[in-house]
Design a protein around this ligand. Structure first.
Ligand code: ADP
Ligand code: MG
Length: 339
């Protein structure tokens, strides 16, 4: 056996990348979350060949200061938290400072960014984590990140990718959910030069649902607006008639974050139980606002899971709210039931 030694940073980054970047859709999720954190009001996602050949995310957010660009690609470099205490109150989607370094270590990146107060922006290229160039460039305010040849230097990973069509379908699905998670941001998704999604960003969730799912879904919604003991829940749930044979229409967002939570899923499905047939799952698209101190989003590097410190109470509250809306019952305090 060899002696114990520290891994070099390239190896560390590749190992970490395995956790953050599973497939093209995980790259898109991280880049869009960064754009949202940068207060963008318009975000465009463009992909070629399921994202494997090329992914481009363009935002009109705050941009990255030229002095910060190189640091942004260093592992654990973040502008979003300072100490572990901040995790209790973190309001941004990112905080681990791992995405850019991870993505950069397994792809070829071109970053173009400009902050408002500067006249010129910067174009920074980095291949497999190694800097290639850094030049001034004329460009609009905001950030564009182009990721090419994902996993070109980790063939074992690349082999596990599905077909371009399947990877594109994952991204299409994700783009819709990201748009629902931030109705006040205009989202565009372009796959192989074809427009797949364009939301207005007018802040109206029902409009976004219409733009993504069409009239048949948008016409069968029940509105939810309840201030519970733990959470404030707003948005829509589908009438039972909208149920389908899989869970792809179950959307919910916690503090603006698209996540999966067994507790919330179970609360929703239990509430629908007597309204839908077995193995049918409802349409939902609602936002849960909760005190950040009551949740832990730092469960996994991909930040797709979330822990509540009061599982039972959260389950009961979401169950009661969904149930009351389905039964057209008034829940105390006020609940609005427009459909
Ligand atoms: P995290 O989001 O956890 O902070 P990332 O690796 O995703 O870590 O990003 C590192 C840093 O780079 C961020 O903290 C942010 O300051 C900056 N950054 C990344 N993407 C953008 C963007 N689109 N606009 C502005 N700043 C960005
Ligand atoms: Mg991030």
């Amino acid at each position: 056996m060899k002696s114990i030694h520290l891994l070099d940073s390239d190896t560390i980054n590749k190992i970490a990348a395995g956790e953050v970047v599973e497939r093209p859709s995980s790259v898109i999720k991280e880049l869009v979350e960064n754009a949202i954190d940068a207060k963008a009001s318009a975000i465009t996602i463009e992909i070629k060949e399921g994202g494997i050949a090329m992914m481009r995310v363009t935002d009109n957010g705050g941009g990255i200061d030229r002095d910060d660009i190189k640091t942004a690609f260093v592992r654990h470099a973040t502008s979003k938290i300072e100490t572990a205490m901040d995790l209790m109150t973190v309001g941004s989607l990112g905080f681990r400072g791992e995405a850019l370094s991870s993505i950069a270590s397994v792809s070829q990146i071109e970053l173009i960014t400009k902050v408002h107060r500067e006249l010129l922006g910067v174009r920074y290229c980095i291949d497999g984590g190694e800097e290639k160039s850094c030049d001034d460039i004329g460009c609009p305010d905001g950030t564009t990140i182009i990721v090419r040849n994902l996993f070109y230097n980790t063939p074992a990973r690349r082999k596990f990718l599905k077909t371009a069509a399947t990877e594109a379908a994952y991204i299409n699905d994700l783009a819709g959910r990201l748009a629902l998670s931030h109705p006040d941001v205009s989202f565009k998704f372009i796959n192989n030069n074809q427009n797949r999604l364009h939301t207005s960003g007018n802040g109206n969730l029902r409009d976004i649902i219409y733009q993504i799912y069409g009239r048949d879904v948008a016409g069968q919604l029940l509105e939810v607006d309840v201030e519970g003991k733990l959470c404030h829940v707003t948005g829509f749930i589908g009438k039972p008639i909208l149920s389908r044979g899989n869970r792809t229409w179950e959307n919910y967002f916690i503090n603006g974050r698209y996540i999966k939570s067994n507790i919330i899923t179970k609360a929703i499905e239990d509430a629908y139980k007597t309204f839908v047939m077995i193995h049918k799952y409802p349409f939902t698209a609602f936002h849960i606002e909760v005190d950040p101190a009551l949740i832990d989003v730092n469960v996994h590097p991909r930040k797709m899971e979330l822990r509540f410190n009061q599982n039972e109470a959260v389950y009961q509250e979401i169950y009661d709210i969904v149930r009351a809306v389905l039964e057209h019952r008034e829940l105390i305090p006020a609940i609005s039931l427009k459909d």
